[in-house]
Design a protein around this ligand. Structure first.
Ligand code: 5GP
Length: 197
């Protein structure tokens, strides 16, 4: 007969909840890496952010982002519906809906927040127990190549994003872990290790 002390906790209990921030410069591959992580571990909860930017071709509302108007975003802020939010690249606002994250934490899921540096700093205050992972490019030239290669921004937007990227790379020391995103499966392997999935 097993006593409560001898019974190992099921893997999904609230006390095992872990929140991980995954941040890093533009075009480093955060979205691709998180999508691959979810494919390999469907039990992970990857937060879907709200944003005021327009969808890119192929992006699906509710899957990649919840695309909202400025008024809807204001309403979310006013109702304390966002865990964190930021104006990114001086162009659009992005935020993490609070309730779905709190529900996932209550279910004991591993939670991933793929957010920018400003958001990561806010989470440090709202969730001090969160671990912060910085996804780094192999080098600067590769980052530029990835950004230009995906072809989803104008030259002006690319310049703006690279400016932000410089600032973000300088903040690398604020993070608990740095993972270099060279080969995607290796990056995901490392995230699996770090999150305990
Ligand atoms: P993109 O427009 O390329 O999808 O994202 C631009 C930036 O916004 C990325 O650095 C991404 O991590 C960040 N971002 C996406 N969702 C959120 C969010 O909910 N909060 C914050 N603070 N940043 C976000």
């Amino acid at each position: 007969m097993s006593t409560p002390e001898q019974t190992p906790p099921p893997s999904h209990t609230p006390d095992r909840a872990r929140v991980f921030v995954v941040s890093g410069p533009t075009a480093v591959g955060k979205g691709t890496v998180c999508a691959r992580l979810r494919e390999r571990h469907p039990e992970v909860f990857v937060s879907v952010s709200v944003t005021t930017r327009d969808p890119r071709p192929g992006e699906v509302d509710g899957v990649h982002y919840h695309f909202v108007s400025d008024e809807q975003f204001d309403e979310l802020i006013d109702n304390d519906g966002l865990l964190e939010w930021a104006l990114v690249h001086r162009r659009a606002r992005y935020g993490t809906p609070r309730q779905p994250v709190e529900d996932a934490v209550a279910r004991g899921q591993v939670v991933i927040l793929e957010i920018d540096l400003q958001g990561a700093r806010q989470v440090r205050h709202s969730y001090p127990q969160a671990r912060h992972i910085f996804l780094a490019p192999p080098n600067w030239d590769e980052l530029v190549r990835r950004l230009v290669g995906r072809g989803t921004e104008t030259a002006e937007q690319q310049a703006e994003r690279l400016e932000t990227a410089k600032r973000e790379l300088e903040a690398i020391k604020e993070f608990d872990e740095v993972v270099t995103n060279g080969e995607i499966e290796e990056t995901v392997d490392r995230l699996v290790e770090l999150t305990g999935l």
